[in-house]
Structure formats: structure tokens, C-alpha cells
Design a protein around this ligand. Structure first.
Ligand code: NDP
Length: 256
């Protein structure tokens, strides 16, 4: 039996309507899962569901959610279970950044980043837990960042929230190991998405700086995350929990 097979498994991918989340949703569907892609923008979600449906008809649904809203996160889980009958996999991928020096953030900006990147991961995990338990076990994949490992002068709340994702992953993994729920994180390097395209808009040298600093000699693509997400969502990783895996072309292991 293929240890990476996800046939009959059901996944939710927050922020699955674009960028890294869509790359992961594609991978999960190609491995056999049904996927609920959850995001705020209905237009992006509709386009993503249509694209995913071409991989396998009926394999994807869209769910409207603002992951910072407790009630909506509960509804997201209910919606996926109502449509597909169970929940096995949660990918907490939705995230934002606001680029400023630390002294320039308002409290509202700081809290917006932390509530999207960290509090929402907690809300998603807590809402999914009873369903994963009911399914006899499950998989949670949280998306951190190189900012989980490194600091950045223009990303104080982002780095704080992404560092928190790594520590929270360990705590959830320990707490829920007894329930056969594995909780792990993926730490993407520099990946070409709307988020990094926006960053390249205000840092014209970013593209070349990343190339120079990345041993693989290229930027990542959303599909680069899919294999590791499938692994962490599958039986192949049943004895792997609480870890954070950089997917970064070697960025995190190279001295400057
Ligand atoms: P994108 O901006 O392309 O995607 C972000 C996704 O998050 C969108 O699908 C967006 O959906 C969703 N989202 C944001 N806020 C909310 C919210 N409040 N409720 C629901 N959905 C929300 O960025 P990436 O694909 O690059 O980023 C995905 C994740 O990967 C993030 O957590 C990011 O921090 C992380 N990451 C990205 C890296 C990169 O190089 N690109 C590097 C390291 C980490 P919608 O627009 O519909 O709200």
C-alpha cells in the first residue's frame, strides 16, 4: 500500500485559494484527498475550486472564512464535514505580513498580523480537534516561515507570530499524540506568490538578493511545498510529530 495515499481523506487548507495554499491543495488532491479551500476572497476561491476540480471532479469545495473570527473558523470545519463526511487533515496556511520598522506599528496592525498568523492557527486546531479525534486520528500542518528561525527589522509581528507557530506546533503535538493526531510545521523559504510579489514591489533588489542567498539558486514555487505537505498529511509520517521542516532550497543552513 502506498504510504502517501490520501484516498478517502478530507482536508481543509486555509488560504487554499492562492499561492502556497493552492500549491498544497493541488498536491493533496493529486494524492487522493478531497479538499476544502478556505479564504476570504470569493472570487479567488471560485477560481481555485474550478482549477482543482480539473485535477479530479468534485474533489474541491470553497469555504468563506476569515480565520481571525472564532465563529467562522468553527463554521469552516462544520461546512467541510457536512460536505465530505469527515475531517482528517488541517493545513493552517492563511497568513499576512505588514512591513514596517518596529516603532512604527500601531497596536491594531501588530494584533492583525498575530491574530491571522498565530491565533488563527490555534482557533483552527481547536475547532478541528473533535473531528480529527472522531476520525481516529489526523494530521495538522502549520505554515511557518524563515521568520520562524530568523529575525527581520521590518517584520516584528510577522517573525513573532511565525516563531510562535513553531512552539505551538510542539505543544499541540505533545498534547494530542495520545489521540493519534500528528502536528507539524513547514517553514517555506522564499516562494513566488502574491505576498512576495508585493514585497518585491517595495524592495526592487529582493529577487536578486534571495537568489544570491539560496544555495539551490532559484526562488521556490508553490508546488515545491506540496510533496512535504502530502508526506505530513499521510500515513508515511505517523511517527513524526512536533517538528518544523524548512523547504527553502538550503536557505536556512547556509552561513551568510
Ligand atoms: P498569499 O498572499 O498568496 O496567500 C495568503 C493566503 O492567506 C490567501 O489565500 C488569503 O486568502 C489567505 N488569508 C489571509 N488572511 C486571511 C484571513 N483573515 N482569513 C482567511 N484567509 C486569509 O501568500 P503566500 O501564499 O505566500 O503565503 C501563504 C503562507 O505562507 C502564509 O502563512 C505566509 O506567511 C507563508 N509564507 C510565505 C512565504 C513566501 O515566500 N511566499 C515564505 C514563508 C512563509 P484571501 O485573499 O481570500 O483572504
Amino acid at each position: 500500500m502506498n504510504p502517501f495515499d490520501l484516498s478517502h481523506k478530507v482536508a481543509i487548507v486555509t488560504g487554499g485559494n492562492g499561492g502556497i495554499g493552492l500549491g498544497i491543495a493541488r498536491g493533496l488532491i493529486q494524492a487522493g484527498a478531497n479538499v476544502a479551500v478556505a479564504g476570504r476572497s470569493r472570487e479567488k476561491t471560485k477560481t481555485a475550486v474550478a482549477e482543482l476540480g480539473e485535477l479530479r471532479k468534485g474533489s474541491a469545495i470553497g469555504v468563506d472564512v476569515d480565520v481571525t473570527k472564532e465563529g467562522q473558523v468553527g463554521d469552516m470545519v462544520e461546512h467541510a464535514v457536512a460536505r465530505f463526511g469527515r475531517l482528517d487533515i488541517l493545513v493552517n496556511n492563511a497568513g499576512i505580513g505588514i512591513r514596517k520598522r518596529p516603532e512604527e506599528y500601531s497596536l491594531e496592525e501588530f494584533e492583525r498580523v498575530v491574530s491571522t498568523n498565530l491565533t488563527a492557527v490555534f482557533l483552527g486546531c481547536r475547532a478541528a480537534y473533535p473531528e480529527l479525534k472522531r476520525a481516529g486520528g489526523g494530521k495538522i500542518v502549520n505554515i511557518g516561515s524563515m521568520a520562524s528561525l530568523f529575525g527581520h527589522p521590518f517584520a516584528t509581528p510577522y517573525a513573532g507570530s511565525k516563531g510562535g507557530v513553531v512552539q505551538m506546533t510542539k505543544s499541540l503535538a505533545i498534547a494530542w499524540a495520545v489521540d493519534n493526531i500528528q502536528v507539524n510545521s513547514i517553514l517555506p523559504g522564499w516562494i513566488e506568490t502574491d505576498m512576495t510579489n508585493a514585497a518585491r514591489g517595495y524592495m526592487p533588489d529582493l529577487y536578486d538578493r534571495v537568489l544570491a542567498r539560496t544555495p539551490a539558486g532559484r526562488w521556490g514555487r508553490p508546488d515545491d511545498l506540496a510533496g512535504t505537505a502530502v508526506y505530513l498529511a499521510s500515513r508515511a509520517s505517523d511517527f513524526v510529530t512536533g517538528v518544523s521542516i524548512p523547504i527553502d532550497g538550503g536557505y536556512a543552513v547556509q552561513m551568510p
